[in-house]
Design a protein around this ligand. Structure first.
Ligand code: GAL
Ligand code: MG
Length: 865
């Protein structure tokens, strides 16, 4: 039987000590590709002859088994997907028996390397037990020299879904299983080098430290060759070195020849430091313009290829991103190589998160330190950290080691930080979750072996950037400050990039920050489009909280990324200086006929109807042609954005989504009507009091609209008018903010100009439909086809949107691919539209971006045929 005891322990068996990641020339024999696979519902219930059992199914490695129809898809953010009983995992813990053959010419030493397996695995070569490993995102290496034979060999791997280590791998992600990164053999000479460290100084000194191995090595660097024995170092010196930075990622070649084998290395000469509380690269202060990156691909899960990684990095580079946090586990070796080449500052994070402890008693409680302080996990927390550091220590891109994410604090983390500094004193150490220490033992807090203060978001009642300012103003604090996460990019948003960066740019004590997060994790599997938590019937799940990236799952560019590009690039917004068309309506004294509940207005060729109970303009016919297919009505609702997810409860309670206009007074005036009314929901009082003055013309209407928000209403999404027109009128020209959507809190990032587009293109295709496509600062719009057009302007700039769906459809449809066919063009013209913010995981919207208590505007709507 497999030694299943290992599953409930945090140790591995027979895995070689960690070494730096490299692949010697011609040493690699890939074991990627087709393997046989068999699923067992429980690892505790394997057949007696499990090693020799027949296997017929096939799988391509690397991959996640869920994409091959095994197990199920599950997305959970915080909650553990299994009962909380550390270090034990459930009996129904599936095991995947992988098997394949490989051909070998026996020569020297043979190693078997797995770059990533979720969550743990047993390995057999030719039916002999080799070892057991865990820590999903680490490199596991086994010496299989003595178990292999010339010619055909068989490898059997049993991958088990959960293990004790899973308690330390509670990252916010889909819970995938399998051999998800490369697997290969290394054929190496006896006496080869094992581990080495390359360290640099900006004066050009490059030190090669031969940490472990057998034979002496010859190091070729910058025209010099030096011989180094294990335990020794060699110094090289580069005159006038070209320093490595993210902007200019200059790399020097270094060759290691040892025991007949050659390793090609790249060296980036650079230094990382903190001087007087200021973070510096090569002696100069640098701001980290970062994002958090997970491994994710919609059709592969965490099994991303080198091309997928490169595609992420190239797109980041194009958008002025210069820093990446490998949230919340080390990336694959290829990632760091690409970051060296393309130029990114990397915060490499250990494979640790224990957020789920917080829910162990059912509701969210403060159990942060449950595992950090548990001796059972002490070694594992250290090992996960040393593994990260030892594997990736030769990559110049790595400037910061992070101890993990959201795992509390305890002796384990303290000691891990000390151990990291012992192994690598050339970089900085980061960890965020230490506010508990500040509360309980402030003296200790300032002496933690951490090189920076880190915070995420500015939760609840804090203002965007407040945490940074608090640290700056803390006279006990001498370290630089970083946001390891900020500006939660979920759905429409984030709206507060500019506020954060006004603050982050205000002091050199601020290192910058990493937006949460780079990419949406929408799964493409089965029928339909992108799926999120709950779409596979799994429980628990966290819905669309995995759809919180700057780009879509297939790198679809969203407005948030375009805004980020400008902020990170320090780009100025160039408003176009252009003349805005004006609209004049043809005057003629209208005939106003009031019937029971309706007023009909005739004005030359035009005929309008107004409902006197709700004030809606129900009809606008010019020469008998109806322009409205949905009345012009007062509107205060918007389909909640993801960042509205908390405030929306208040809106629903207050009746915003049920409120209907009710007219209390009306008066016929010279060329129209004067009405005053309220937006009234059932059983509740007014959400908005308004006055309307309608003036009718031969070719359009002028609407004066003024509102006051009653004191009992704390927040509203918008105040404006909305109506529907024929869906054929879908060509759009407007003069306003926006090659893409713009709200009052992103307005300064989006240029005012003349834009030509269509209603479809004006719609932002968020995976969970929500308010989108609005443009503040608008002065003029025209919607048209060959036969007719509608033009709108106003006395003062306004916000507008023209969308293929109405508010209710956007609000009630859960996925973009479930949206019904469009029935009309829905036009909204708002005196004000509320800002966006980043409250889905961050501060409340700053008060200046709420809609004001009272405001007014005069809109002109012209109908042309
Ligand atoms: C943070 C966490 C991230 C992610 C985010 C919400 O607290 O560190 O991993 O879960 O919240 O999207
Ligand atoms: Mg978390």
């Amino acid at each position: 039987m497999l030694n299943t005891k290992l599953i409930s322990d945090v140790k591995s068996e027979n895995v070689l000590p960690a070494r730096c990641a490299y692949v010697p020339q011609n040493a690699r024999l890939s074991l990627n590709g087709e393997w046989f696979i068999k699923e067992h519902k429980s690892v505790y219930n394997l057949p007696d002859d499990y090693l020799n059992e027949p296997i017929n199914d096939k799988i391509i490695v690397p991959s996640c088994v869920q994409y091959y129809g095994y197990d199920y898809f599950q997305y959970t953010n915080i909650k553990y997907p299994f009962p909380y009983n550390p270090p034990y995992t459930p009996y129904n813990n599936p095991a995947y028996h992988y098997r394949r053959e490989f051909n070998l010419k026996k020569d020297g030493k043979i190693y078997l390397v797995f770059e990533g397996v979720d969550s743990c695995f047993y390995v057999y070569i030719n039916k002999h037990y080799v070892g057991f490993s865990q820590i999903s995102h680490r490199i596991s290496e086994f010496d299989i020299t003595d178990l292999t034979q010339e010619g055909v060999n068989t490898i059997d791997v049993f991958v088990v879904k959960w293990c004790a280590g899973s308690y330390l791998e509670d990252q916010d992600k889909w819970r995938f299983t399998g051999i998800f990164r490369d697997v290969y053999l290394l054929v190496r000479p006896q006496g080869h080098i094992v581990d080495y460290a390359i360290q640099t100084k900006i004066d050009g000194k490059v030190t090669f430290k031969y940490n472990s191995g057998g034979a002496p090595a010859q190091i070729d660097f910058n025209g010099e060759t030096k011989t180094v024995a294990p335990g020794e170092s060699a110094d090289f010196s580069v005159a006038n070195p070209v320093l490595w930075t993210a902007e200019n990622p200059h790399l020097y070649d270094l060759k290691i020849a040892c025991a007949g084998e050659t390793i090609d290395e790249k060296v980036g000469i650079r230094e990382v430091s903190v001087e007087n509380g200021v973070f510096k690269i090569n002696g100069k202060h640098v701001k980290l313009k970062g994002v958090n990156r997970h491994d994710f691909h919609p059709k592969k899960g965490s099994a991303v290829s080198e091309e997928d990684i490169l595609a992420d990095l190239k797109l980041m580079k194009e958008h002025n991103i210069n820093a990446i946090r490998t949230s919340h586990y080390p990336a694959s070796p290829a990632f760091y190589r690409f970051c060296d080449e393309l130029g990114f500052y990397v915060m490499s994070e250990a494979d640790i998160e224990t957020h789920g402890t917080m829910f162990k008693d059912g509701s969210y409680g403060d159990y942060w330190n449950a595992l950090a302080d548990d001796p059972l996990f002490y070694d594992a927390i250290i090992e996960r950290n040393t593994q990260n550091v030892i594997n990736h220590k030769n990559r110049p891109c790595v400037i910061i080691w992070s101890l993990g994410n959201e795992a509390g604090w305890g002796k384990s983390f303290y000691d891990a930080a000390v151990e990291i500094k012992r192994i690598d004193s050339t970089r900085l150490v980061h960890y965020e979750r230490t506010e508990g220490v500040l509360k309980t033992n402030p003296k200790a807090y300032y002496e933690l072996p951490l090189d920076m203060v880190s915070r995420m978001y500015d939760f609840e009642d804090k203002k965007p950037g407040q945490s940074a300012l608090e640290v700056l103003n803390d006279t006990n604090e001498t370290r630089p400050f970083v946001y390891c996460e900020y500006c939660h990019a979920m759905g429409n948003g984030p709206g507060d990039l500019e506020i954060y960066w006004n603050i982050l740019n205000s002091s050199d004590r601020f290192m910058g920050g990493f937006v949460w997060e780079w990419k949406d994790h929408g799964v493409l599997y089965g029928e339909g489009g992108y799926k999120y938590g709950g779409d596979f019937g799994e429980t628990p799940h966290d819905g669309n909280f995995c759809i919180d990236g700057l780009v879509g799952p297939s790198l679809e560019i969203k407005p948030g990324l375009l805004n980020l590009k400008k902020i990170y690039g320090g780009e100025k917004t160039d408003d176009q200086k252009i003349e805005v068309p004006t609209i004049s309506l043809q005057k003629r004294k209208p005939e106003i006929l009031t019937k029971k509940d309706e007023t009909v207005i005739k004005c030359g060729e035009a005929e309008y109807a107004v409902n006197l109970f709700n004030g809606k303009i129900t009809s606008a016919k010019i020469g008998g042609v109806e322009f409205l297919n949905n009345p012009i009505a007062v509107n205060i609702a918007r389909a909640p954005t993801d960042n509205d997810q908390y405030i929306k409860k208040e809106w629903f309670e207050r009746g915003v989504y049920e409120a209907e206009p009710f007219i209390q007074n009306y008066e016929v005036i010279d060329d129209g009507l004067k009405l005053s009314g309220k937006m009234l929901p059932v059983y509740r009082s007014s959400c908005l009091d308004f006055d309307l003055v309608y003036k009718f013309f031969q070719d359009g209407v002028e609407i004066e609209f003024r509102y006051i928000i009653p004191d009992s209403v704390k927040s509203l999404p918008r105040a404006g008018l909305t109506f529907g027109i024929d869906k054929g009128l879908d060509s759009l020209v407007f003069y306003g903010k926006g090659e893409y959507e713009a709200y009052i809190d992103t307005a300064s990032l989006v240029a005012f100009g003349r834009y030509e587009t269509t209603v479809e293109k004006n719609f932002t295709d968020y995976i969970r439909p929500q308010e989108c496509g609005s443009h503040c600062g608008t002065r003029y719009i025209k919607l048209f086809n060959q036969n007719a057009s509608i033009e709108i302007s106003a006395q003062k700039p306004f916000s507008f949107s023209a969308l293929p769906y109405d508010e209710k459809t956007l609000r009630t449809t859960t996925h973009n691919w479930k949206l019904p066919p469009s029935k009309a063009v829905y036009v909204s013209i708002d005196i004000v539209m509320r800002g966006i913010g980043s409250n889905s995981c961050g501060p409340k919207l700053p008060a200046q971006f709420e809609i004001p208590k009272t405001a007014d505007n005069i809109f002109i709507i012209k109908f042309n045929r």
